[in-house]
Design a binder for this molecule. Structure first.
Ligand code: GLA
Length: 724
């Protein structure tokens, strides 16, 4: 009792003061609900990392960083001292946080502590080169309730001569010294995003990155590191996610000195950012945290953080509506009667947002023409979009529209007018991918044009939602008009202007919502998520494939962000899975329907209406609740995910069986996150519950578990639990 209240007192003190500084020891202690982070100023003025892990409360436990001894002339002390934000200078051979070249060719940069400022949950630390006024401000924001720390840096050239930044990382993170760590990340490609990879960290560096000018399908800017052996539920996990939608890089490095370090920020590949005297460069933001509760604890912390601190509208944002999108049904063959007919059918299912996809504008009958010409195609919509939108609204649905504003086809009026607006090198080929080129959004005129196009659409029409697509990666990343010294600013300025256009658009049209799509999940990161409401997870809507894609996605991103459609079968892989299975897979995120409703039977339609109604009953739990991954599709033929409402009154279990063999039953599924003392009413809207009883204690459900009768191939169940 005494101990408990002492602890409560300590915790209370900490929540009042998330950032502490000890002047006598020259150490900083940053503390959240789940973690602490410490650093200190060494005798030589270097700012050094001291601690990252489970919470501490006593700053006097920390000693000022000691100066180490060189191990040998090949192993200088600098390599043993974990500098918080190391410049590339002196005897340092690991990945630096900052590398510059001065106008005279001098490239040595050694950063020393100058001063700091604490303001509530914000800490700013000023560093400076030991000779020149090359200034770095390190920004730290502590989110005490979320267990998250945000870091970034501003690099300022206060010298009288220009310099070029060649590497600017948001942060360097240090794990507790040791070996035996494992790295978890996601990799993939178009239509196969978010495949979970887990591997031992050994000496050397592992690079996760994009060189594509968008976040990319190949890697996502997120990492998790464990100390070997944690599970979904237990064990320490250090994790981080970078907020940048362009060329990014995360380097995970194990040094020869038993030290794992992670650096992340702008990709250094082809990077060169000139800073004239007085100019500065801000790095992306890098969010990180520590969870003692395994990968599940990590995901739940990130999900809640995203819902409350990252996504537009925060905790007050409306739940994601049920959406219909006609792309897979009609592809480019959109017109007013066709879309109207689909809208009537969608409304009957309970759809709340009707989205018209590609094909409505310019000469867009296929992917060879029209991008860039954002005027309504008069053949397909002789009276503009208003009659369709009015009908959609009259049916009780909001209207959404597909756009791909950064792109242009060679066969378009825009390209004929402004061939110089695309990203290119003079006199070199302009590689087309999907027959399109990328407008150079780094240019202010292009930025303003794109804003103008979207602003006009949003002003003229009652558009609630843009599906903002980006269907290719960059090539020949030239910007000849900028001149050789400034040309590579494109990597940064393109992304900043993208953010700027979205921010201005949202400010001017506060009810407008945006989905980020890049041929599926090619632009998903905490940078774009600050300004969009959901993302198109993958162009792969095949339900069985989706289980893995969605599992990987859920590692770092909240279910409400994850747009998931029910589409027709056979789909990719030629596989046909039952409609109920397809619905249950998609109901684990922001539910959408992308099927050709004209082809659905009466039974399909009736089942779909039931499933949409069920989804609406549980969506607050799915979209705002805690996710427990109970069984992974990577481990066997059972996949199970459970969602628990924030107030604990409802929980939902989704279970999928891939293919039964040897007539085996699925093992009892033990639930998590319930109140062991409470009673729950258990309901199986689609059947499959073996237990005949309908009331169970939380203790039983979590310890003995539920028995489901999942048989054959592609069987699925949803179980709804209401606390009594
Ligand atoms: C991309 C998107 C699809 C669809 C098409 C339209 O591939 O990911 O969902 O919008 O473009 O051309």
């Amino acid at each position: 009792m005494k101990l408990l209240s002492l602890f409560a007192l300590a915790a209370g003190m900490l929540s009042a003061q998330s950032i502490q500084y000890s002047d006598s020891r020259k150490v900083f202690l940053l503390t959240t609900r789940d973690s602490s982070y410490a650093m200190g100023v060494a005798a030589d003025g270097a700012l050094r990392h001291l601690y990252w892990g489970a919470p501490l409360w006593r700053i006097d436990d920390l000693a000022a960083p000691q100066t180490r001894r060189d191990l040998s002339s090949f192993d200088p002390r600098q390599m043993l001292e974990n500098e918080e934000y190391p410049g590339w200078g002196g005897p340092r051979y690991y990945e630096p946080a900052l590398k510059i070249t001065r106008a005279d060719g001098d490239r040595d940069l050694v950063l020393r502590y100058v001063s700091h400022r604490i303001n509530g949950n914000d800490l700013e630390i000023s560093l400076r080169d030991l000779r020149d006024p090359i200034e770095v401000t390190l920004h730290y924001r502590v989110y005490p309730e979320h267990g998250i720390l945000r870091r970034s840096a501003t690099i300022r050239n206060a010298t009288a001569a220009p310099l070029t930044v060649e590497s600017a990382q948001a942060a360097a993170w240090y794990l507790p010294p040791g070996e035996g760590y494992r790295l978890t990340y996601v990799s993939g490609r178009w239509a196969a995003e978010d495949q979970i990879q887990r591997e031992p960290i050994r000496e050397g560096a592992k690079v996760l990155e994009s060189r594509k000018l968008h976040t990319s399908h190949n890697f996502n800017p997120w990492f998790a590191i464990d100390a070997g052996g944690p599970s979904e539920d237990h064990g320490p996990v250090w994790f981080g996610a970078l907020a940048w939608s362009g060329n990014w890089r995360i380097t995970v490095e194990q040094t020869p000195y038993r030290q794992v370090r992670v650096t992340g920020g702008f990709n250094t590949f082809d990077f060169a950012y000139p800073l004239a005297p007085g100019e500065s460069l801000e790095t992306p933001e890098f969010y990180a945290g520590f969870s003692a509760d395994g990968f599940g604890g990590m995901s739940r912390a990130l999900h809640r953080f995203e819902r409350e601190e990252i996504l537009p509208g925060g905790a007050t944002a409306r739940l994601r509506p049920v959406l219909y999108n006609s792309w897979e049904a009609t592809t480019f063959n959109v017109d007013e009667p066709g879309q109207r007919a689909l809208a009537e059918k969608a409304a009957k299912l309970g759809v709340e947002l009707f989205v018209m996809d590609d094909g409505w504008f310019g000469a867009r009958d296929n992917d060879r023409a029209g991008l860039g010409d954002w005027t309504v195609n008069p053949r397909k919509f002789p009276h503009g979009l208003k009659p369709l939108i009015d009908r959609v609204n009259a049916l009780g649905m909001d209207f959404g529209l597909w756009v791909e504003p950064e792109m242009v086809n060679a066969n378009s009026d825009l390209y004929r007018r402004h061939p110089d607006w695309v990203i290119h090198f003079d006199g070199r080929p302009r590689s087309e991918l999907r027959n399109q080129m990328i407008l150079n959004l780094a240019r202010p005129d292009v930025r303003d044009y794109i804003f103008g196009v979207l602003d006009k659409l949003a002003t003229e029409y009652n558009i609630r939602y843009f599906k903002w697509d980006m269907n290719r990666s960059v090539s020949e990343p030239g910007w000849p008009e900028a001149g050789p010294a400034n040309e590579r600013k494109l990597w940064v300025d393109y992304v900043r202007n993208l953010y700027d256009v979205i921010d201005r658009l949202r400010a001017k049209h506060p009810k407008l919502e945006i989905e980020s799509c890049s041929g599926g999940g090619g632009r998903v990161d905490l940078g774009i998520l600050r300004r969009v409401d959901e993302v198109w997870t993958s162009d792969n809507t095949e339900a069985f494939d989706r289980l893995r894609i969605q599992e990987g996605f859920s590692m770092s991103y909240a279910p409400r962000i994850m747009s998931a459609w029910v589409t027709d079968v056979p789909n990719m892989n030629g596989r046909s899975v039952p409609l109920a299975y397809r619905f249950l897979v998609a109901m684990q995120g922001a539910l959408g329907i992308g099927a050709n409703l004209n082809h659905w039977s009466e039974q399909d339609t009736a089942l779909a209406a039931r499933m949409v109604a069920l989804y609406k009953r549980i969506r607050a739990t799915v979209q705002a609740g805690d996710l427990y991954r109970l069984a992974s599709p990577r481990d066997g033929d059972l996949t199970a995910n459970q969602y628990v409402a924030p107030d604990g009154r409802q929980a939902v279990l989704f279970a999928f069986r891939h293919s039964q063999q040897y007539n085996t039953a699925v093992p009892a599924i033990r639930l998590r996150g319930l109140d062991e003392k409470a009673l729950y009413r258990v309901e199986a809207p689609l059947g499959k519950l073996q237990d005949h009883q309908t009331e169970f204690s939380g203790a039983w459900l979590m310890r003995a578990g539920l028995n489901l009768d999942l048989r054959g191939d592609y069987d699925a169940a949803a179980i709804v639990l209401e606390r009594l």
